[in-house]
Design a protein around this ligand. Structure first.
Ligand code: NAP
Length: 378
């Protein structure tokens, strides 16, 4: 292509960007007016039905070449900015949860509302309640998801059954401890050695694991798993889900861990090789995956491996999603690697839970944007 035709196309893009900019600002002005009217009339800023109808309308209008998922991704961002503008008028800076926490997808809690929950300790930091409740609201579902800071796990599990709670997420530190209290553990959770999802039905309380689904989605965004080699740092719960995901999709794994005994034992279980963390230089592969908490908020200035080893990898992934970009990922990007953070893993494990519990397609783009918005809020 000649420089001349490239310049012409770039001019066209600039004209289109200018037109888009004007339209976006016009839309923001109209949205602000709507916000003022809502405040005056005492209406809630967040209107899930209206947002759902916008996405439906866009899907009907869309003539491509962008597909509906791509359009949803762009408009989720536009709508989330509008929501924030309206929230500022209302004097609430969250922009997300403008409705009482007791409201479910259909507006009121009633006798047959489906209840879901998360068991963990601590739990206040969890993004799962916001993510699942917003998805219920978006899909107009008569369902609610509640966080429980558990002091007595056996009692909590008995409570799930006694109260007819339909499903639960299980998080730190109970992913393994829960094995002792449930009726059935599926093969995946058994192999991973951790349960992050409970389903209560006629078969009793069944434990499964969706973390590995999230891990696979996150890694596949970087490179195909099959026939590639992954150096996994860590041998805890997250590592087990990651290693299960990689090996079940035909990838090869080298486990690198601080504690040799734990690392070797995991490597033996999944038929992989083991390298001690102090010998990280001798671990070679296509993609490095951090599954340790090193670099997580508030210790964001730490990284699990020395910077000098990063350039040897095509890609680097981190399961940490707070911060969205860890120091490991920043340094890896600077060393020329493709990078992926833990947000995708978190959202897709949650999306898979949503699918298992409700039988519905999870609105993952919408869930992702909410979490992203919350994590990037100053
Ligand atoms: P875990 O079971 O406690 O395992 C932690 C692993 O990290 C262990 O192998 C441990 O090594 C290693 N480690 C910890 N501190 C270390 C240090 N200072 N130096 C070297 N190695 C160290 O924890 P986990 O449940 O796997 O969680 C790990 C991280 O994954 C957390 O940040 C969690 O938030 C994140 N996570 C993210 C998602 C997601 O959806 N994105 C899902 C699950 C977990 P030793 O064996 O030597 O102790």
């Amino acid at each position: 292509m000649s420089d001349d035709s490239l310049d012409k196309l770039r001019c066209l893009i600039e004209d289109l960007d200018a037109a888009l900019l004007k339209l976006l600002n016009q839309r923001a002005s109209v949205s602000t007016e709507i916000g003022k009217l809502k405040v005056k009339s005492g209406l809630s800023i967040y209107d899930h039905r209206r947002e759902a109808s916008i996405f439906k309308y866009l899907a009907e209008q869309n003539q491509g070449p962008l597909n509906n998922q791509e359009i949803n991704r762009i408009f989720s961002e536009i709508i989330s900015v509008s929501r924030r503008l309206q929230s500022n008028i209302a004097g609430n800076d969250s922009g997300i949860e403008m409705r009482p926490a007791t409201e479910n997808g259909t507006g009121t809690l009633i006798g047959h509302t489906s209840v879901y929950c998360i068991l963990g300790n601590p739990i206040a930091h969890s993004m799962s309640p916001m993510m699942h409740n917003a998805a219920f609201r978006l899909l107009d579902m008569d369902a609610i998801y509640v966080p429980f800071e558990v002091q007595d796990l056996q009692g909590a599990v008995a409570g799930i059954k006694a109260l007819g709670i339909k499903g639960a997420s299980v998080t730190h530190p109970f992913k393994r401890e829960i094995f002792a209290f449930i009726d059935k553990i599926d093969d995946t959770a058994e192999k991973i050695g951790a349960v992050n999802t409970l389903v209560y039905g006629t078969e009793g309380l069944r434990g499964t694991n969706t973390d590995w689904v999230g891990a696979v989605r996150c890694l596949e965004a970087l490179l195909p798993i099959q026939d590639h080699k992954f150096v996994v740092i860590g041998a805890g719960g997250a590592a087990r889900a990651v290693v299960f995901g990689i090996t079940s999709k035909g990838g090869e794994v080298v486990i690198v861990n601080r504690s040799e005994e734990k690392g070797r034992s995991l490597a033996k279980e999944f038929d992989c090789t083991f390298v001690s963390l102090s010998e990280i230089e001798s671990a070679h592969g296509d993609c490095l995956v951090n599954t340790t908490p090193i670099g997580m908020y508030p210790k964001e200035d730490k990284m699990p491996v020395p910077e000098r080893v990063l350039g040897a990898f095509k890609a680097v992934a981190d399961v940490i999603y707070n911060p969205l970009e860890t120091m490991l990922l920043r340094k890896a990007e600077a060393a020329g690697c493709m990078v992926a953070g833990g947000l995708e893993m978190f959202v897709f494990q949650g999306g898979e839970q949503f699918r298992i519990w409700t039988g519905k397609e999870p609105p993952v783009e919408f869930m992702r944007n909410l979490v992203l918005e919350r994590l990037t809020k100053p």
